[in-house]
Write a protein that binds this ligand. Structure first.
Ligand code: KIV
Length: 263
């Protein structure tokens, strides 16, 4: 995939869409060589890269720094970037300044959480020629209001509200919507009702695509173990073993060899 137009086409053709996060050039280079469809510079960078317990620590400056690094290495992968906490809640002109910074850093689309209260901002971003990805369900920037990282949309009332929000985002011109941590049946229903593709994370198999945090997929931090994560690698063990092998080679004078030295 290389443009925003591919999202709706893939949904129409019944092809699933795969997205992973990236926050730096070296991992973006690896993802660029994979068959995954698109990259997300998520505000999860605050947690994964900077060790915070929530995403609210991410700022426009932090997101721009990670975006520039990823954009240098992401090749022709479509690059979506999160608008961080409050950056789109300080009025339209502040939101547009944040969008400008991220697009000039390499974003081809921005993602923002929620819909109620920022309809005008979404209209303005879309109207300015920047594709917008919505994000509803568990919206981590509202973790303090949600009382933790919890599944959303469980009761009938909440489910209906989420369905309405999804329709509102489509009507506002979003090209796609992330559905995070909602019941699988609700995600399937929303997916079947929308023209634009839904991208799930903790939303079951019925969405049009999936997004995962790259470090979760690689299993580099087993302490982060939400139920929806599938580890494709025991990354922590592999990486620790490699460092321990290096350590042993240094301590037993096996590294460096003459071939690894200059004469
Ligand atoms: O910040 C992020 O990584 C995200 C995805 C998990 C959807 O928003």
């Amino acid at each position: 995939m290389s443009t925003v137009l591919d999202f709706e086409r893939l949904k129409m053709e019944g092809h699933k869409i795969s997205i992973v996060t990236a926050y730096d050039a070296w991992s973006a280079r690896i993802v660029a060589r994979s068959r995954v469809d698109a990259l997300l510079v998520g505000d999860s960078a605050a947690m994964v890269m900077h060790g915070h317990t929530t995403t609210v620590a991410a700022t426009v400056a932090v997101m721009a720094l990670h975006t520039r690094a990823v954009a240098r290495a992401s090749g022709d992968k479509f690059l979506i970037v999160d608008l961080p906490f409050l950056s789109f809640r300080r009025g339209v002109s502040a939101a547009m300044a944040a969008v400008g910074t991220l697009v000039q850093s390499g974003a081809q689309a921005v993602k923002l959480e929620g819909v109620d209260g920022h309809e005008e901002v979404i209209t303005q971003i879309v109207g300015s020629g920047v594709p917008v990805m919505g994000h509803i369900g568990l919206t981590p920037q509202s973790v303090n209001q949600l009382g933790g990282f919890r599944v959303q949309g469980k009761g009938n009332g909440q489910a209906e509200k989420l369905a309405q929000q999804a329709h509102a985002l489509e009507a506002l011109g979003c090209f796609s919507i992330v559905l995070e941590c909602i019941p699988a049946a609700l995600a399937s229903r929303i997916t079947s009702e929308l023209r634009i593709p839904t991208i799930g994370i903790g939303a079951g198999p019925g969405t049009d695509g999936q997004v995962l945090v790259l470090q979760d997929l690689w299993g580099v931090d087993p302490s982060r173990a939400p139920r929806f994560v599938r580890r494709y690698l025991d990354g922590e063990r592999l990486l620790t073993n490699a460092i321990d092998e290096y350590d042993a080679d240094v301590k037993h004078a096996r590294f460096p060899t003459p071939e690894e030295s200059y004469s």
